[in-house]
Design a protein around this ligand. Structure first.
Ligand code: NI
Length: 137
């Protein structure tokens, strides 16, 4: 694989370019247009790669829930024991008197990981859930 930088030109409407420059500026002064475009392309390629079943992935599932929901904490623990080969770590944060946040680290086949994440997010009492994956290879 050749990592030499190659220049190419991109045409886009001026309004879109202005919005893009503002977006790039929000990413910090250290990022120029080229670097921000490279980040976006890598993100898009990663999104596509992790969408295929059979791809080895690693990632995090972040969920929030009310720990007073009957049986919920036990159900979340059961998931983690049932899928101990895929769920490799969990961080639990008590947000306030009622609400909890868990960051669950998963690895394995992309299809299995999505299935486990959907089951956890779909559990009654889970108020919010977001899965972020990246390829291992
Ligand atoms: Ni808690």
């Amino acid at each position: 694989m050749n990592n030499d930088l190659v220049r190419f030109s991109v045409a886009m409407p001026e309004d879109l370019l202005m919005d893009f420059d503002a977006f790039a500026a929000r990413r910090g002064v250290a990022k120029n247009r080229s670097e921000v475009i490279r980040d976006l392309v890598r993100d898009a390629l990663n999104e596509e790669a992790v969408a295929f079943p059979g791809v080895k992935v690693v990632g995090t599932l972040t969920v929030t829930f009310d720990h007073h929901t009957p049986g919920l904490q036990e159900k979340l623990d059961d998931f983690q024991h049932d899928f101990f080969e895929n769920i490799i770590s969990t961080m639990h944060v008590h947000l306030d008197q009622h609400r909890c946040l868990e960051v669950i680290v998963l690895k394995g086949d992309s299809y299995d990981i999505r299935d486990i994440a959907d089951s956890i997010i779909g559990t009654k009492g889970v108020t919010n859930g977001k899965l972020v994956l990246t390829t291992v290879e």
